[in-house]
Each structure stands twice: as structure tokens, then as C-alpha cells.
Design a binder for this molecule. Sequence first.
Ligand code: ATP
Length: 240
Amino acid sequence: AEPPAIVRARGLTVRRGRTEILHGIDLDIPAGSLTAIVGANGAGKTTLIQSLAGVVPPPRGQVTVDGVDPGRASPHDLAARIGFVFQNPEHQFIAHTVFDELAHGLRLRGTADAEVHERVGDMLARFGLTDKADTHPFLLSGGEKRRLSVGTALISHPGVLALDEPTFGQDRARAAELLRLLADVRAEGTTILLVTHDLQLVADHTTHTVVLADGRVHATGPTAELLATDGLFESAGLRL
Ligand code: ATP
């Protein structure tokens, strides 16, 4: 049997201007899974993951993350349930040093200085950024920026980590390094949800897949089952 869902959507409908982009999505993301959202350009992947993570205004229909509507959760509560990593990590950087970037969320909710230093120190070490603590986030390399954005999302220990195209623009070695890191995060019990164009990544690293086509769920289930179904990805406009 499937594990219980940690992220659920029922009738999730999103409009932008006069256009309806997502048309009543029903979805259950199993707790503990590494789930990919795939689909052709414009299928609605980014809109879907942002709606599930509560980073855009509440859509029509119902979304819950660990039982709570992310669109109505306080920023503090939301950060402890689901962390979000933008396709372009720079979009989320707000501080002038790597240390302060990681510390920001903790300080906002009044975490004591000693604990901030301990938790930021742990994240810096874990993501290979210890000697970059005083560097401006914009001066990091692409891989370092990505790791900083993942660390920032994880510092509140969320149950779900959501990432939009985390390997975008990275070579194979960088992408593999990030996937190893995500596997470690998952091994600690965090559910991982990501958007990707990379079907090799899907085949090699995910447990479950959501195939979107034209704002609807075309297919969803264990990745191995979907891959074994003839023509399933092709009929959503994807090439294996
Ligand atoms: P890609 O793979 O190209 O990144 P995607 O599957 O992530 O695409 P979305 O970015 O979610 O798709 O966009 C889905 C559709 O909604 C697209 O046709 C896009 O042009 C449209 N769209 C997204 N945001 C807006 C907006 N703010 N206003 C109008 N249309 C939008």
C-alpha cells in the first residue's frame, strides 16, 4: 500500500488573468517519497509546485501540506512544513552574507543567538559553505548558490522540500552532486518534490512521478510503473 499523503490537492484550479492554467488537479504526494513533476513546456509545472508550497496566493480548490492549507499558514508555520527552492536561487536571496541568508528565518522568529550560530554552522558545514560564510550570496558559484538556497529552505526542518528545476543549467557532475545531497535529505525523513525536464533524473532517482499535460494530471504513480507503460510519457509530449 502507498504511504499516506503529506501533500494533497483536490480540485486545485489556478487562473492567471483570464487564462485558467491548472484545471482542477487532484493529487496525493506520498510521505517520504522523492516525487518529480514533469510535463512539456507550459504544462503548468511551476504553477503547480508554487501552489502546493504556498508561495503564490491561495488557488481555488483545496491544498494541504501535513494537514494545513499552506495559503493560510503563517510564514513561520509554513517554513516548518514546506521549504521552497526557486528555479533561479538568486530570486530568494535577501541578505548580504551567506551566514545572514541562512540565519534570516531563524532570527525572524526570535531564535536565540547561540542556537542560530549552531544551526547555521551545521548547514554551512553540511553544504560545503563554511569558508563562504562572509561572502555575498551573489558572488557564489552556481552550484554554491543552489546549495545555499537548499540550506535556507531546510534550516527550519520542514517535512517537505519543494524545488523548481533544481538541476537547471548544471552539468552532469553538478546535477549528480545535488541529487546525492537530496537523497541524504530524504533519508532523514524529508519528502522531496521537484519539477524537472530531465527524464534521466526521473528514471534514476525518483520514487514517484506526476505527469502534467495542459494543466491536468495526465498520469501519476510509482515511477517504475509509469516508465513500464508504453507511450505514457510520449503522449504527454515528452521524449524518453
Ligand atoms: P516551463 O516548462 O516552460 O517552465 P511550466 O510547465 O513550468 O513551463 P508554468 O510556468 O506553470 O509552466 O506556466 C503554465 C502556463 O501559464 C504557461 O502557458 C504560462 O505562459 C502561463 N502563465 C504562467 N504564469 C502566468 C502569469 N502570471 N500570467 C499569465 N500567464 C501565466
